[in-house]
Design a binder for this molecule. Structure first.
Ligand code: 4AD
Ligand code: MG
Length: 469
């Protein structure tokens, strides 16, 4: 068994390590929560889980244990500390079990414990988000979340990127969509006013402040100093859209690369998604198998497809033409100059190309101010990566590095140049072509687990009218 030294009086062996053990008869101390108990006057079988992996360890307790009468009363959800010998299990599907030498009941759960042994709906489990990580499915989701966070850092490190931290409190609206959560220390009933309007000069930061919708603008400043950087952190959007793929608080991964154009950005985005998909297939198979069995029967085929196919690349105009001539009736009709809807993304990735698609060169009218204007004066060097089942997973662009054009764009969009003085400075001193993108971490998790509602891949989802837990 892996000898994992921990400096703690609570020393225990995790079930994941127990199950990988080589030695029989080994004395172990294991702690966790009871999934089930069954048995007789002579024996009890307890299925114990500690969250370290999907599998439980079976504990055999016999009547010679001095607290056997209490052991017979052990309920689902109770917490135990078990000491005993690891022995080969005659039962199917498990290599080891523990012959208990002592069982301490750390806490006995009453029968009101909501996760009794039966299937619950996702909707119900959302109402007990504080307990759902104790189910097989949600335990697996949050383990994969952890593994993929690690894989992201590993990928960037292998590629020579520096990890940077961008602020959560900001005074700018990167995406210009106005979906901001305001931050203030004013009493909402009596804010100081000047000429009938709230006087933000008296507020904590002396100006209007909000939670970030993207770390990009700050990341650009670091990329223009350190070369290749990424930020990975919480992001907030007050989008009032109650869809299965939007939350108000999500995690975004944002690489930013100096001396990189749109083509380089697309290559990098494609390599990134493939790396992560292959990573979970190589490292999280036990948990993935659960999703492939109970959540999405096509999961492994979808992941194989993403890991192995060349992503289709086409300009926005071509994508619109394909949709227009598809003969399919869409709820939102497509037209040049309009943003694509999720039904359009679905058609392109699932029906037309049957693989991930990167659409680039969007009309400037539907994209933010910072994207690089193309020579046609009409489109910008934007790119979105769409995948089957998810639709948009990545949004990015080459950035406008030319000061005069950037200033003209700000004016065109009626954005205050004063607020962006520092951003414009970066185009004044050693400006270079650079690019980057943002990947929604929860969308990635939906992709790799097959889970269809974004509320089910983040422990405590924040959505309109919901901030419980
Ligand atoms: O396309 P978006 O808005 O791009 C940006 O914010 C750029 N500034 C990123 C950059 O270039 N550095 O958002 C990027 C991604 C989307 O493709 C989507 O995956 C995710 O963030 N996303 C959301 N995920 C969950 N809930 C929401 N409300 C989301 N909004 C965007
Ligand atoms: Mg986008």
């Amino acid at each position: 068994m892996a000898n994992k030294e921990i400096i703690s009086t609570m020393k225990r062996t995790k079930i994941i390590d127990l199950l990988a053990s080589e030695g029989s008869g080994e004395k172990v101390l294991c702690k966790g929560w009871v999934r089930t108990r069954r048995g007789s006057k002579e024996f009890s079988f307890v299925e114990l889980n500690d969250g370290s992996c999907l599998k439980n360890i079976q504990v055999i307790a016999d009547q010679s244990l001095k607290n056997y009468p209490d052991i017979e009363k052990i309920t689902t959800g109770s917490a135990l500390s078990v000491a005993g010998a690891l022995t080969p299990s005659p039962g199917k599907g498990q290599k080891w079990e523990i012959q208990a030498e002592s069982i301490e009941i750390i806490d006995l759960a009453p029968d009101s414990f909501p996760l009794q042994k039966k299937r619950h709906t996702d909707e119900y489990l959302r109402t007990i988000a504080h307990l759902r990580p104790r189910t097989n499915k949600y335990g697996a989701v949050f383990r994969i979340r952890s593994e993929l966070s690690y894989a992201i850092h590993r990928f960037f490190r292998e590629q020579g990127f520096k990890y940077i931290h961008t602020p959560i409190l900001t005074a700018s609206d990167c995406e210009g969509a106005g979906e901001l959560f305001r931050v203030t220390t004013f009493d909402p009933d009596t804010p100081p006013k000047i000429q009938g309007k709230v006087d933000y000069q008296q507020d904590f930061f002396g100006k209007e402040t909000n939670l970030t919708v993207s770390g990009q603008l700050s990341a650009e400043m670091l990329a223009l100093s350190l070369g290749d950087v990424y930020t990975f952190g919480p992001t907030f959007r007050a989008e009032n859209s109650n869809t299965a793929r939007h939350v108000a608080e999500f995690w975004m991964v944002e690489p930013e690369m100096a001396f990189c154009d749109l083509a380089g950005n697309m290559d990098f985005a494609e390599a990134f998604i493939k790396y992560l998909v292959v990573y979970v297939m190589e490292n999280c198979m036990e948990d993935l198998a659960l999703f492939a069995k109970f959540v999405d029967k096509q999961l492994m085929a979808t992941l194989d497809n993403i890991g192995s196919s060349d992503f289709e690349r086409l300009v926005y105009g071509e994508a619109v033409d394909i949709l227009k001539t598809s003969g399919k009736k869409f709820e939102f009709p497509v037209s040049h100059g309009q943003d694509l809807q999720s039904e359009h993304e679905k058609y392109l990735t699932e029906i037309h190309f049957k693989k991930p698609v990167i659409i680039f060169d969007y009309p400037k009218g539907i994209k933010p101010f910072y994207m690089r204007l193309n020579d046609d004066n009409d489109t910008v060097a934007a790119m979105d990566v769409l995948t089957p089942r998810i639709g948009e997973i990545i949004g990015g662009s080459q950035r406008e590095e030319r000061l005069d054009i950037l200033e003209a764009r700000l004016e065109e969009l009626n954005l205050p140049k004063e607020t962006y003085w520092w951003y414009l400075d970066s185009r004044r001193y050693g400006s270079v072509p650079h690019s980057g993108f943002g990947m929604g971490f929860e969308r990635l998790l939906m992709l790799v687990t097959g889970i269809r509602n974004i509320r089910d891949v983040i422990p405590f989802p924040r959505t309109p009218k919901n901030i419980e837990f």
